[in-house]
Design a protein around this ligand. Structure first.
Ligand code: RP5
Length: 162
């Protein structure tokens, strides 16, 4: 049986997938059911509104939205839902993602977007942040996150320096 998605991972273009895959890898590792879709703020604006407006009633709990360039997607998505939206600034070709970061992070007061770092690390942290939000209501998930943290600590403690 396929479980009902609780996280929606959306991105402005298939070219964002290489980055956004890092968020999905974490959700897979944490055994969190999710859906992933290309939804563009400027190419498919009606689809973006429909997706965000119906997200809660479809059972989603958190949305992760990644975009590059003039990255409206996370903010516009957040404008149409009261679910938590995590924004991932994708590294743009012209300005290395600084434009994406500025566009996503500077939300005027009232409509928050939890913005993570540019690129792969940010996408990975977006997956973890979504897991941590869900873990507030899920003891098993909390245990998986604690095991993940322990694995990070073990790796750091086991570091060999030449
Ligand atoms: C945005 O424009 C996407 O999020 C992507 O990062 C950027 C470039 O898109 P493509 O030209 O690669 O489709 O919509």
């Amino acid at each position: 049986m396929v479980s009902q998605a609780v996280v929606g991972v959306i991105m402005g273009s298939s070219s964002d997938w290489e980055t956004m895959k890092n968020a999905c890898d974490i959700l897979d590792a944490m055994d969190i059911p999710y859906e992933k879709k290309v939804i563009s703020a400027h190419r498919t604006p009606d689809l973006m509104f429909e997706y965000a407006a119906s997200a809660r009633e479809r059972g989603l709990k958190v949305i992760i939205a990644g975009a590059g360039g003039a990255a409206h997607l996370p903010g516009m998505t957040a404008a149409k839902t009261t679910l938590p939206v995590i924004g991932v600034p994708v590294k743009s070709r012209a300005l290395n993602g600084i434009d994406s970061l500025m566009s996503i992070v500077q939300m005027p007061a009232g409509i928050p977007v939890a913005t993570v770092a540019i690129g792969d690390s940010g996408a990975k942290n977006a997956g973890l942040l979504a897991a941590q939000i869900l873990s507030a209501f899920d003891e098993n998930l909390k245990n998986r996150l604690e095991a993940y943290r322990e694995s990070l600590a073990d790796k750091a403690k086991g570091s060999e320096l030449e």
